[in-house]
Design a protein around this ligand. Structure first.
Ligand SMILES: [Zn+2]
Length: 212
C-alpha cells in the first residue's frame, strides 16, 4: 500500500510535474485549472505505479492482476461517469459517488490503451511510447499537451489506427469498458461472478509478462 503510494507520487515527478495538459501550463496556485485530461495525469500515473511495482519485482504479475480487478470492481460499483467529465468535475468535488473515479477508471483506460497499442504494433510499441513522445513534444518544448495531441500520439504508436471511436465511447462517453474484446489481445481474460471479477492469463504465461 505504501509502496503503491510512493510509486504513484514518484511517477508524478514526470507525469504532471513535468508533462501535463496545456490547461495547467503555467501552473497557477491561486485558482482552479480544470482539465478534461486529469484521467491521464492521475489515472495513468496510477497505472504506471502498478507497472513500476511489478516491473521492479516488488509485486508479482498475479498481484498486478488482483490490483487491476480491484479497480474494475471499484469502477463497476460507482455511478457511470465519463472520464472527461470526472476529470473536469474534480474541482467541484461531486457528491454522487463519482469523485475520484478518474483514478481507477483512468488507470484501467491506460491498461486498455497499452494492450491495444501492443496488439496493433506486434508488441514493438506500447503506452510507454506515447508517454515518451508526449514528454518530448510538450515538456521538452516548454508547453502542455492537448487532447488532440494525446490521441494522435496513441494512434501513431498503434500504427495509425484510429482511436476516435474509443475516445467517443469510453473517454468522452460512459460506455462500459470493452474488457471482453481487448483483454484477450493481451492473453488475458476477465471473469465475473456476481459483483466480483477476476483477471487471469489464459494463454501462454509469456504473453502476460509481455503485457506487464
Ligand atoms: Zn496523483
Amino acid at each position: 500500500m505504501l509502496a503503491s503510494l510512493y510509486a504513484h507520487e514518484i511517477f508524478h515527478a514526470w507525469n504532471v510535474k513535468r508533462m501535463r495538459p496545456a490547461e495547467m501550463v503555467p501552473y497557477r496556485y491561486d485558482r482552479p485549472q480544470p482539465t478534461a485530461l486529469l484521467w491521464i495525469s492521475e489515472g495513468i500515473t496510477d497505472y504506471y505505479a502498478d507497472l513500476a511495482e511489478v516491473r521492479s519485482g516488488l509485486t508479482t504479475p498475479d498481484q498486478f492482476y488482483a490490483t487491476t480487478t480491484g479497480k474494475i470492481e471499484e469502477v463497476a460499483s460507482a455511478p457511470a461517469v465519463a472520464l472527461e467529465d470526472a476529470s473536469l468535475s474534480a474541482w467541484v468535488k461531486p457528491v454522487d459517488g463519482t469523485d475520484d473515479t478518474y483514478y481507477p477508471k483512468g488507470s484501467l483506460a491506460g491498461l486498455l490503451l497499452d494492450i491495444m497499442i501492443r496488439d496493433a504494433s506486434d508488441n514493438r510499441r506500447s503506452l510507454d511510447t506515447v508517454m515518451r513522445e508526449m514528454y518530448a513534444s510538450s515538456w521538452k518544448r516548454s508547453r502542455g499537451f492537448t487532447n488532440e495531441e494525446w490521441w494522435q500520439a496513441v494512434s501513431r504508436a498503434a500504427g495509425g489506427r484510429s482511436f476516435a471511436e474509443f475516445e467517443k465511447r469510453y473517454v468522452d462517453g460512459r460506455d462500459e469498458f470493452p474488457w471482453d474484446s481487448v483483454l484477450p489481445l493481451g492473453g488475458l481474460a476477465c471473469w465475473w461472478s456476481e459483483r466480483c471479477c477476476r483477471i487471469l492469463e489464459y494463454r501462454a504465461r509469456r504473453m502476460g509478462r509481455d503485457v506487464v
